[in-house]
Design a protein around this ligand. Sequence first.
Ligand SMILES: Cc1cc2nc3c(=O)[nH]c(=O)nc-3n(C[C@H](O)[C@H](O)[C@H](O)COP(=O)(O)OP(=O)(O)OC[C@H]3O[C@@H](n4cnc5c(N)ncnc54)[C@H](O)[C@@H]3O)c2cc1C
Ligand code: FES
Length: 277
Amino acid sequence: MRNLYLPHLTTIKTLVKENPDTWTFELEFQDPGLRDSFSFRPGQFGLLSAFGAGESTLTLASGSLRRGSLDVTFRRIGRVTGALAILNEGETVGFRGPYGNRFPMESFRGKNLLFIAGGIGLPAVTSVLYDALENRGDYGTMTILYGARSSRDLVYKKQISEWEKRPDVNMVKTVDPWGVSEGWDGMVGLVPAVLEQINPPAKNAAVIMCGPPVMIKFSLQTLEKLGFSSEQVYLTLENKMKCGLGKCGRCNIGDIYICKEGPVYTAAEIQKMFPDF
Ligand SMILES: Cc1cc2nc3c(=O)[nH]c(=O)nc-3n(C[C@H](O)[C@H](O)[C@H](O)COP(=O)(O)OP(=O)(O)OC[C@H]3O[C@@H](n4cnc5c(N)ncnc54)[C@H](O)[C@@H]3O)c2cc1C
Ligand code: FES
């Protein structure tokens, strides 16, 4: 039986430096069989290893319908992400996964989708976004509200300009009031404030959200004010993880293992797990 902790070898096929601290790798499995057979569901994550440094938990950021390669986007914050950040195209990294639960795409069908993301939270929701765009006719309106501290900090600038061109996507980008630079053509304001300004209708909507805790906290309050229920809001929890397999006890809250049962929850479920949320 294959060792559960043994990573598959992947090659960095392309590398994009998104901003001074953030990189996207397009990874290709070195085993040709896996290139064809690997699949995952939107919201799942993998463990990426920089050999000699360790493993990092990263959300699978490409569409789940794509075959042959997958994308991950990471911010350099410590030991492993620092070691990943100095790699080049053509180099090898380890990958194990996919792990965790998923966004319920089937219950999003026919609904108006509202994506709310802040900073490095955007890659955590793009697998849902790409899958919905692949089957655009299955969904109602699509609004993407994405905020970053400054225009320099935005990730996925190329994708954002493509979404801005689509008549069937309402792309709203914003930067913090103190992060505006010359030539900025988006909105100015924190995500919860801009959310209130754009005032999306709550009826028949599903919200898919990821971002820093403070953004989530105030966006949830704004959503409530706009008439959204906590059952309509889906979030992904980025608790610290190590094994990803429900074995090490690093990610649990009480007897709930986020790596196995999460990381995707509705706001209603999270409020039950953390009454102070
Ligand atoms: C389900 C899930 C999905 C994730 N998806 C992404 C993603 O797509 N892109 C991305 O950039 N990051 C993501 N993260 C966070 C990422 O796993 C960590 O940033 C990374 O593992 C840090 O590794 P490191 O060795 O570089 O940092 P370390 O050297 O381990 O830590 C540096 C500092 O960051 C803190 N830290 C480390 N991990 C976390 C964490 N998960 N939450 C809060 N603080 C932390 C440490 O306490 C320390 O202060 C995700 C985490 C989870 C659990
Ligand atoms: S990460 Fe080890 S139990 Fe969840």
